[in-house]
Design a protein around this ligand. Structure first.
Ligand code: SF4
Length: 379
C-alpha cells in the first residue's frame, strides 16, 4: 500500500530546508553519486526515486521516444507535469548529469535543459583499474570545485570527513533493516523513507529497529519468500503489493534502493585513518561489487552473491527462496543481463522470474498472473 503521507511530509521538510537557505541538488537514484560531497557543501541531496504511471510516461514523449526506459520517462514526466505531491520539485536548484546509463544521461540533460535547472556534471568510469580510479578521483575533485564555486568557499577536509562518517553510520544502521523479520512492503517503506531523507532520519530509524526487535510482528503468514533483484521498486510503485497479494513476501532487496545502497560502507580502519577524504570515496567506489555500472565481472558476482544468499537463507530458515529479476521496460543495464542471469541461476537450481514491465496500469493483470504462476510453482 502506498504511503500517502510520505510525499506531503517530505515536501514540508524540503520547504523548511529551503527556508533555512539550503539548496537542493537532485540526481537519478543509482549508485556512485557522492552525496557526502553535496552534504559537506551544505546542500541537500535529493534522489529521484519515484515510480511512474501512464500520465508521467506519456508526458515525457515530447522529449524522448517511448523506447526510453520507463523510469527515466517518468522522471522527465514528473518535472514536466509536477503532480500535486511532487510540487517540491520546484525547489530543486541543481541537477547532476551523470552517466550511469544512456537513459540517465538523456533524462538528466533534458531535465536541466527544458526545466531550467542548473546542471552539474559528474562522470563515472566503467572500470575499476588504476587509471579508472585516478579518473574517478579527478571527477570527485571536479564536482567538489563546482560546489565550491556555488558556495564561494572551500569544502574543508574536516567537513567532508564528517559527512562521510555520517553517511557511513547511517548506512550501517539501515543495513540492519535487512535482517528484520517484517513484511517486505513494510521493509521497503522504511528503506525508501530512510534513503529519501538521508541521515536526518537516523534517530527514527533507530527507534523503528528497536521497536521491531522488542515486539516483532507475529504471523507473517504462509508466504513464499523472494529475493528481489534488478531494478528498484521506487516510491509510489505498487509492485510490492501485487507480490504480496499473490502470496509472496520479499525478504531481500538487492537493488539501488536496497542492498546496493547500504552495503556501500567504508571500513572503520580507513574511516579513522588520516586518508584524504576523496580517497575514501574512491575506495568505496572500488569496493562497490554490486554496482551494475562499472564493475568488471559484475554478472558473475551477482550470480554468486544470489547463490550464497539463497543457500544461507535455506539453511537458516528451512524455507525455499524464489528470485524475481525486475526489469523496468527498456532498462538496458538490467535487460541485457536477464537471460544470462536466468541461465546461470537455473543451472544452480535456483528458479528465477524475469519480470519485465513498464508503469502502465494496463499491465497490472498480466503482472499479477505471472507472479501468481511463479509463486504457485514454488510449492
Ligand atoms: S535504463 Fe535502467 S539503469 Fe538506466 S535510468 Fe533506466 S532504470 Fe535506471
Amino acid at each position: 500500500m502506498a504511503d500517502t503521507i510520505l510525499l506531503p511530509e517530505f515536501s514540508l521538510f524540503l520547504k523548511e530546508k529551503k527556508q533555512e537557505g539550503v539548496k537542493i541538488i537532485a540526481f537519478l537514484a543509482h549508485d556512485n553519486i557522492p552525496e557526502e560531497l553535496i552534504d559537506a557543501a551544505g546542500f541537500f541531496p535529493l534522489r529521484m526515486m519515484f515510480g511512474g504511471n501512464d500520465e508521467l510516461m506519456e508526458a515525457s514523449h515530447d522529449f524522448l521516444p517511448p523506447s526510453t526506459c520507463a523510469f527515466a520517462q517518468s522522471c522527465i514526466g514528473l518535472f514536466s507535469t509536477k503532480p500535486n505531491d511532487f510540487r517540491f520539485l520546484d525547489l530543486v536548484d541543481y541537477f547532476i548529469v551523470s552517466n550511469h546509463c544512456v537513459s540517465d544521461v538523456c533524462a538528466s540533460e533534458i531535465i536541466t535543459k527544458y526545466f531550467n535547472i542548473s546542471r552539474l556534471n559528474f562522470y563515472v568510469p566503467y572500470m575499476t583499474d588504476e587509471s579508472s580510479l585516478k579518473y574517478f578521483k579527478l571527477e570527485l575533485q571536479n564536482l567538489k570545485e563546482q560546489l565550491e564555486d556555488i558556495i564561494g568557499e572551500k569544502i574543508s577536509d574536516e567537513k567532508l570527513s564528517e559527512s562521510i562518517k555520517k553517511y557511513n553510520d547511517f548506512k550501517k544502521k539501515l543495513s540492519q533493516v535487512n535482517d528484520l523479520e517484517i513484511l517486505g512492503s513494510e521493509k521497503l517503506k522504511i528503506i525508501q523513507k530512510a534513503i529519501l531523507y538521508g541521515p536526518t532520519f537516523l534517530p527514527d530509524l533507530e527507534k523503528y529497529i528497536e521497536e521491531v526487535k522488542t515486539s516483532p510482528p507475529q504471523n507473517l503468514g504462509l508466504s513464499k519468500d523472494i529475493l528481489f533483484t534488478g531494478c528498484s521498486i521506487f516510491i509510489n510503485d505498487n509492485l510490492v503489493d501485487l507480490i504480496e497479494e499473490g502470496g509472496g513476501n520479499i525478504v531481500y532487496f538487492d537493488t539501488w534502493i536496497g542492498n546496493h545502497y547500504y552495503s556501500q560502507v567504508i571500513d572503520d580502519d580507513s574511516i579513522n585513518s588520516n586518508k584524504d577524504p576523496l580517497d575514501l570515496l574512491v575506495l568505496r567506489f572500488k569496493n562497490n561489487k554490486y554496482g551494475d555500472h562499472s564493475v568488471p565481472n559484475f554478472l558473475q558476482q551477482k550470480v554468486s552473491s544470489i547463490e550464497n544468499y539463497s543457500k544461507n537463507y535455506i539453511k537458516k530458515t528451512g524455507k525455499k527462496l524464489g528470485v524475481f529479476n525486475h526489469i523496468i521496460k527498456f532498462c538496458d543495464h538490467i535487460s541485457l543481463m536477464a537471460s544470462f542471469l536466468k541461465n546461470e541461476l537455473q543451472e544452480k537450481g535456483i528458479q528465477i522470474l524475469n519480470l519485465e514491465r513498464d508503469y502502465s496500469r494496463a499491465n497490472r493483470g498480466q503482472l499479477s498472473t505471472r507472479i501468481e504462476a511463479y509463486l504457485e510453482m514454488m510449492k
